[in-house]
Design a protein around this ligand. Structure first.
Ligand SMILES: [Zn+2]
Length: 298
């Protein structure tokens, strides 16, 4: 009897292990990507985000554990547009996992599916510009979330055809929910349509375009370059001449320059989350947008 129970337990454990192993192992450079993969893949994928949501996405310090994770991964999904240029390529090289190398089936660059803002005719990192391929912060346009959720669904199906039905179903449910939220956000932000906005870094270009807000300028003279006194004074003059609704600042840059401009112009300073996990309220992609809208309306 004891032996029989042991055999049953053993078989049970074996089947559990095979279920776990059958799940696609997905690595996502940022939290918002991991959340989309989870929403579409559900229990059939095991997704791990690499960067922390509250840090500057341009400058991630790779940990040794990233290499171990890359060695085991079936799929690596990156934001692209050179956002990960400083940290993904070196660890990808060290991990030496051909499955997830660029050009192979287990590698997905989301930016390549997007109609980018500020995409230059000729690529250059002149003056230290950290957006040499164009603005990489495309996920803050809700329409782009629809595009990349479809791209992620297709990739999951490509790697695990046996779960095509469930991936398709979950994606459809997500899109329905997302479209409802999009009309809620559009309605809530309608009153800012056509208004001028100033940003610290160009995190929200896609968001502003999507909700028809006008970008007056940025406090960084070039993406990635801290503001000079001369540039700040010029921006203050532009704001005083043309008027602005907000100064948008992210959660990770020093707020001193934005606070100064806020004091000098009286324009409202709003700190906005840029990724899932960048503030406590942004627990997934839906609540990230909810929280951005809530802070703008506050
Ligand atoms: Zn940037």
């Amino acid at each position: 009897m004891k032996r029989k129970i042991l055999i049953i337990v053993f078989i049970g454990l074996l089947s559990l292990t095979s279920v776990v192993e059958a799940r696609l192992r997905v690595l996502a450079s940022y939290n918002y990507i991991a959340d989309l993969v989870e929403k579409i893949g559900g229990d059939n994928v095991k997704v791990t985000p690499l960067a922390k949501g509250y840090k500057d996405p341009h400058y991630v310090t790779p940990r040794p554990s990233f290499i171990a994770k890359m060695r085991k991964a079936d799929l690596l999904i990156i934001n692209g547009g050179q956002l990960e240029i400083g940290w993904i390529p070196p660890i990808l090289k060290k991990a030496n996992n051909p499955r997830i190398n660029p050009g192979n089936k287990g590698f997905l660059d989301l930016f390549s599916f997007i109609d980018g803002i500020d995409v230059p005719k000729e690529i250059s990192r002149a003056h230290g510009d950290v957006h040499p391929d164009g603005n990489p912060h495309f996920h803050l346009d809700p329409e782009n979330i629809l595009i990349i959720s479809g791209v992620i669904r297709d990739k999951l199906i490509d790697l695990d055809l046996s779960h095509k039905g469930i991936f398709t179903k979950r994606h459809k449910e997500f899109v329905e929910k997302w479209r409802k939220k999009m009309s809620e956000w559009e309605k809530a932000l309608e009153k800012f349509s056509g208004k001028n906005v100033v940003q610290y870094h160009k995190n929200f270009d896609y968001f502003l375009k999507s909700f028809n807000m006008k970008q007056l300028g940025t406090l960084e003279p070039v993406p990635g370059i801290p503001p000079s006194t001369k540039h700040i004074l010029e921006m203050i003059e532009v704001i005083n001449n043309k008027g602005a609704e907000f100064i948008i600042h992210d959660v990770y840059h020093m707020k001193k320059p934005s606070r100064f401009v806020n004091r000098e112009t009286g324009v409202k300073l709003v700190v906005l989350p840029h990724d899932v996990g960048s503030v406590d309220e942004a627990i997934d992609i839906v609540s990230l947008f909810d929280e951005i809208v809530r802070r703008l309306l506050k």
